[in-house]
Design a protein around this ligand. Structure first.
Ligand code: HEM
Length: 127
């Protein structure tokens, strides 16, 4: 969860205004489109102490998987996959020199589409 705060692949979520309103002095009309930069909110120092530090087990949850009624229904799958992947890799060896080679960039999402990594394999060392 803390890694998803620091490196969320989803950087913003969009909404369409359903009724005229004034939000923080800004007049918004029905039909206007707005984007919430959840990726930036995840670094809000008023919410997260020392936002640039990796501190697993924080009490406040980040917005990486959204919030409220549209919160990600795949969050459990994504977190489960990530933790299984890490457990599996660390059972086999140690990772070194992880490099992101290319980024898939979108308006609201960012992803490492190609990356390389070196690995010291426990099995090779034992053999
Ligand atoms: C690291 C992986 C993932 C991230 C960071 C992520 C992030 C998000 C975010 C931020 C939202 C909220 C969108 C909004 O408020 O407009 C969302 C919604 C959603 N996600 Fe994910 N997601 C991930 C993986 C998945 C997976 C694996 C699935 C399906 C198996 C999934 C299915 C959905 C669906 C269906 C919604 C829409 C829920 C709704 O509108 O009620 N996501 N996701």
């Amino acid at each position: 969860m803390e890694a998803s705060r620091l490196y969320s692949p989803v950087l913003s979520v969009g909404r369409v205004i359903s009724q005229d309103l004034i939000f923080r002095g800004q007049r918004l009309k029905t039909g206007d489109r707005v984007m919430f930069y959840t990726g930036l909110a995840n670094f809000d120092p008023e919410v997260f102490d020392e936002p640039f530090r990796f501190i697993p087990g924080r009490k406040v949850k980040p917005l990486s998987f959204g919030a409220g009624m549209h919160m990600c229904i795949g969050m459990g799958i994504a977190l489960n996959f990530a933790s299984s992947f890490i457990t599996n890799i660390y059972a086999r060896g140690t990772i070194r020199n992880v490099n992101i080679i290319s980024l898939a960039e979108g308006v609201s999402a960012l992803g490492a589409s190609h990356f390389s990594m070196e690995m010291n394999s426990n099995e090779l060392v034992e053999n």
